[in-house]
Each structure stands twice: as C-alpha cells, then as structure tokens.
Design a protein around this ligand. Structure first.
Ligand SMILES: [Zn+2]
Length: 311
C-alpha cells in the first residue's frame, strides 16, 4: 500500500473501530480502492497517437494501447479492444491519415477486452487464431466482428509489401495468443505479455506460467529495438527482458516460500511467512515500478496458487 492510500485506510479503520460497528465491508472496500491508482492517473487517462517507426503508430486509450501499420494497401490494426477505443482511434486516424482505409484488423488473442469494437474501423479483412471461435461460442461476444480468415501456428503476413510476422505463442495467455514482429521497423508488439517498468495486473489473468515464460523467452531471442505492449507505456527490448525477470523473480520467491513454510493450509501463520519471503526482495528490486503497491497482493496470491497447483 502506498502512503497516499495508507493514510485514508488507517483513518477509515480507526473510525470504524471507534464507531463499534462491523468494519468488514467498509475496510474491504477501502482495501479494494487502493488498486485504483494502478489503472488511472497522469499519463494513463486519455488518448494519444504516437509514431513509433517509419510507418507504425501506437494508439493509447486510457491504459490500453494498440498498433497501427500504414501500408500502401491500407492500414493494418492489431486489436480494436472495445467500441469506445475503436471509435476514438477512427477519429484520430481520419485526422492524421485522412482517406486511409483499414485493410486488415488482427485480433492478438480471443479475449473480449482486445477483440470488441472492430465495426467502428470498418475493416475489409479480419484475422484471428483458429481456436478463437471455440471460446467465443460459449460466452456473450457481442461486438466482436467475425474474422474473415483464421490462422494457426506462425504466419507471415505480407500486406502492401510490409512483412508482419505473427508469432504463435502456444499455451501462454490463452492458446490463441500472437505477438507481432515487424522486421523492417525492428519493432515487436505484444498483447498482455510484457509491460514497461510496470507490475503485472492481477497476476496476468488466464496465464499458464511455464508457457508464458517460454513465450517471453522466444520474443527476447528476436533481434529488435522498439517494444510496444498492449497496456501503458512503450519502450525498448530491454524493458521486456526486465519484465520477464520480474515475473520470474515473483514465481521463484513464491516457490521458495512454499518450500520453506509448507504448502498452502498445512502449517500455522503461512500467509505472513509467504509475505515476508516475497515482499522484501521484490520491493528492493521493483518497488519503484508503477503499481508495485497496488498489485502486490493480487500478484503474490497468483504466484502462490500457481506454484502450488502447477500453472
Ligand atoms: Zn488477454
């Protein structure tokens, strides 16, 4: 918990304790509210289109970010995200690249928070991994434009003479996940895999940790400069390497804590021991990263459960 959040939390706890009523919902709500600064603040709220290569742009809409590739045949957009973001991007594109049509929309993976809202971009072609419909059919996926083409495994897309390498990442963050490498731009775009000096949100939901590590290592083995992740800021390859190391530090410390204090629920006071074993070394290395305080509890719980169960 950061200082800003700690003070109101303590005041609230004391006030409730003095009032003599049940503090539980109030305290829990306060604790939950401490996550809020992870998702909002200066440099996070609002929208911005940045040029990140000769013919590549990235558009940020609050904490989401996608990729726009300008080719002689039209635009290629990776991830519409949601109707509001797609509409906002369309407006920006009409201003910055007037007259350019969207040739191809690509879904990085099936998750609804990346695949909704494509209609606003009026794409001619839509590409997704072939397993995506298997997930969509069981959930309400209103607002997801149906793909016109499915791919599986690695694929090299040549659109308007621009080579876009779609790298299939296997069972990592769903088994429908692609990263995108633009060799001519020396740029990589990843969805929900890697951030720039920012802690993971909620332990990265829907993550199979061994496959996720393999996916990070596969991308790190590529020779590239510019790293554009699908959330928060963009940076350079080194940022992805540091993020991989942070994720693995969290996993390793959780594993060591379980080895020392025993599996979940076996001994007394395990949670306190887990906390001490993971918090202090992580704070030493990553305490200055965005969201360290806000996401610590959610991330340690994810690592402990994942290490305990094997995912
Ligand atoms: Zn996702």
């Amino acid at each position: 918990m950061n200082k800003k959040a700690l003070v109101p939390a303590i005041v609230a706890i004391v006030a409730v304790a003095l009032a003599g009523c049940s503090p539980k919902p109030f305290v829990l709500k306060t604790v939950m509210g401490t996550v809020e600064p992870y998702f909002h603040g200066a440099g996070i709220d609002g929208t911005q289109l940045d040029k990140v290569g000769k013919n590549v742009y990235t558009f940020r809409w609050n904490w989401y970010r996608n990729l726009v590739i300008d080719t002689p045949e039209g635009l290629v957009i990776i991830d519409p995200m949601n109707p509001q973001m797609a509409a906002s991007l369309k407006k920006e594109l009409d201003r910055t690249l007037p007259g350019k049509k969207v040739h191809t929309l690509i879904y990085s993976h099936y998750h609804l928070d990346h695949s909704r809202g494509g209609a606003a971009l009026a794409p001619t072609n839509i590409i997704a991994h072939e397993k995506s419909p298997g997930y969509w059919k069981n959930i309400n996926h209103d607002g997801v434009l149906e793909p016109t083409r499915y791919i599986s495994g690695d694929a090299v897309l040549n659109i308007g003479g621009v080579e876009i390498r779609a790298l299939y990442l296997g069972m990592s963050h769903t088994d429908t996940l692609y990263a995108f490498h633009l060799p001519a731009e020396r740029l990589v775009f990843t969805a929900d895999l890697g951030l720039v000096k920012t802690m993971a949100p909620d332990g990265v939901p829907d993550r199979y940790a061994p496959g996720y590590l393999a996916a990070m290592d596969r991308i790190i083995a590529i020779d590239f400069d510019t790293f554009v992740p699908s959330h928060f800021g963009y940076g350079v390859k080194r940022d992805l390497v540091e993020w991989r190391n942070m994720m693995e530090d969290g996993r390793r410390l959780a594993r060591e804590a379980i080895n020392t204090a025993g599996s979940l629920g076996v001994n007394d006071d395990q949670m306190g021991k887990y906390f001490d074993a993971v918090y202090y070394p992580m704070r030493e290395k990553y305490g200055q990263w965005h969201g360290f305080n806000e996401m610590f509890i959610l991330n340690i719980v994810r690592d402990l459960v994942g290490e305990g169960l094997g995912y």
